[in-house]
Design a protein around this ligand. Structure first.
Ligand SMILES: Nc1ncnc2c1ncn2[C@@H]1O[C@H](COP(=O)(O)OP(=O)(O)O)[C@@H](O)[C@H]1O
Ligand SMILES: [Mg+2]
Length: 137
């Protein structure tokens, strides 16, 4: 069972909100003693998802949570936007798929960097992405 030890919400509405968000994620990762390699993976994934949220979702809400499960601990990040949603998640998760003329490696790349990845999207309602990275896993 996952237990939430601490949580922190941040609103992302403009490009200038990205760096403070990344810094906050880093602070929590350092605080729980996450390995440097995993910190880098988590922050890379977080940057991509927050950029997607701004670019495609028009901004939204982020949640940073410190999680424990048994002897393990980690960071869970949630990205919630009320944008247009994703028509076909299976397509969006394919390497090279982009509606924004970019590389399209964001979502599948992000998934490869973390331990848990969940995406829920409803057209016309928005998108929620949740990732979890364990301290050493
Ligand atoms: N938050 C979001 N809201 C709506 N559509 C999104 C969102 N995130 C991703 N998408 C869609 O999924 C596609 C794939 O995303 P991604 O893999 O990050 O590639 P890229 O950002 O290079 O386009 C995007 O081109 C976009 O169509
Ligand atoms: Mg992207």
């Amino acid at each position: 069972m996952k237990i939430v030890l601490n949580k922190d919400a941040m609103l992302i509405v403009k490009e200038q909100d990205v760096v403070p968000f990344r810094n906050r994620v880093k602070e929590y990762a350092v605080k729980i003693g996450m390995s440097l390699v995993n910190q880098t993976k988590l922050i890379t994934a977080a940057s991509e998802l927050v950029r997607n949220m701004l670019k495609y979702g028009g901004g939204g809400q982020t949640l940073i949570e410190v999680i424990t499960q048994g002897r393990d601990s980690g960071i869970r990040l949630t990205f919630i936007d009320k944008g247009p949603g994703i028509k076909n998640i299976a397509d969006a998760m394919k390497d090279g798929f982009s509606t924004g003329k970019s590389l399209g490696l964001g979502l599948p790349g992000t998934k490869r960097l973390v331990n848990e990845f969940d995406i829920k999207s409803v057209v016309g309602e928005g998108t929620t992405v949740t990732i979890l990275k364990w301290k050493h896993g």
